[in-house]
Design a protein around this ligand. Structure first.
Ligand code: PAF
Length: 288
């Protein structure tokens, strides 16, 4: 596995592969890798000849009160895991390699209609930081395919829309959520849970599944379902429910449209840890 730190080294290697007619898959990460990230790599490996992973804790997507400095950096372990997965190249840029230090960086704005909702509303500026860094990484790596996790559904949706709007010639893949045996979606944040919080955490997936079952059995009183789900989460011991919403996969807004693709998204808090999860429903049929 090649480990490189400069934009030029990535460009040279990718150009050499492309000259040989090989395709390139890309998985951007912020490190602290777990099985969820590794499943994105497996996904990319199935689709392309070579796979590039980036590890870069992107300061631009952290708010002033968020944990950029404290974000876990586990580079040696991450590289060991990627080596085992037979990743071809890992890109480990410094902040200086990615951003000019004169405070005059050009940025890419996430589309407002998708950015003003849910995580975008909760974390102002976050998705603009994501779209900016992902555009730069796309331009550096120039992959044929890039893989993102469904777990951050809104991020995936925004990146797909951005790729379309900016005519970037890259196929954006949505990889399924990896879960622990008890259903808890894998996340770097799970390590912050206490033993008792860890026992409550899987209930988030249980409640999401209950909503999906109700919708599939014909219940269209979405606001009601969301209300009940919220109460159930609080009764299970969650400290706060930021939102649990049934929305269109396309617009991320509540919808009852005929044959809309839906996603049930939730964010609930255990102490100061925010847990995100979602389930997609691709075959919802509105009953007249
Ligand atoms: O999902 C993440 O880890 C980050 O938002 C990403 C896509 C690597 C951009 O920094």
């Amino acid at each position: 596995m090649l480990k490189v730190e400069t934009v030029q080294e990535v460009r040279d290697q990718v150009a050499a592969w492309k000259k040989q007619g090989l395709t390139v898959g890309f998985v951007p990460t912020m490190g602290n890798l777990h099985e969820g990230h590794l499943s994105l790599v497996t996904n990319a490996k199935k689709q392309t000849d070579k796979v590039v992973v980036s590890i870069f804790v992107n300061p631009l997507q952290f708010g002033p009160d968020e944990d950029f400095e404290r974000y876990p950096r586990t580079l040696d372990q991450d590289c060991e895991k990627l080596e085992k997965q037979k990743v071809d190249l890992v890109f480990l840029p410094s902040v200086g390699e990615m951003y000019s230090q004169d405070g005059m960086n050009t940025t890419v704005k996430a589309p407002e209609a998708l950015n003003s909702l849910w995580e975008g509303a909760e974390r102002p500026g976050h998705f603009d930081g994501v779209t900016t860094v992902v555009t730069k990484l796309f331009n550096i790596v120039q992959p044929n395919v890039a893989v993102f996790g469904q777990k951050d559904f809104q991020q995936w949706r925004i990146i797909r829309k951005m790729t379309y709007d900016l005519c970037l010639p890259i196929t954006i893949i949505k990889a399924p959520i990896e879960r622990d045996k008890d259903g808890l979606a894998l996340s770097s944040r799970n390590q912050y849970l206490s033993e008792s919080q860890r026992k409550i955490a899987p209930k988030l997936f249980v409640v999401l599944q209950d909503i999906v079952a109700a919708i599939k059995s014909g219940n269209e009183l979405f606001v009601n379902l969301e209300d009940i789900a919220k109460k159930q989460l609080l009764a299970h011991g969650f400290d706060e429910v930021d939102y649990i919403k049934i929305v269109s996969q396309d617009t991320l807004k509540p919808t009852q449209e005929q044959e809309a693709k839906l996603v049930v998204m939730a964010v609930a808090r255990l102490g100061s840890t925010r847990l995100l999860d979602n389930i997609c429903i691709d075959d919802f049929k509105h009953i007249d």
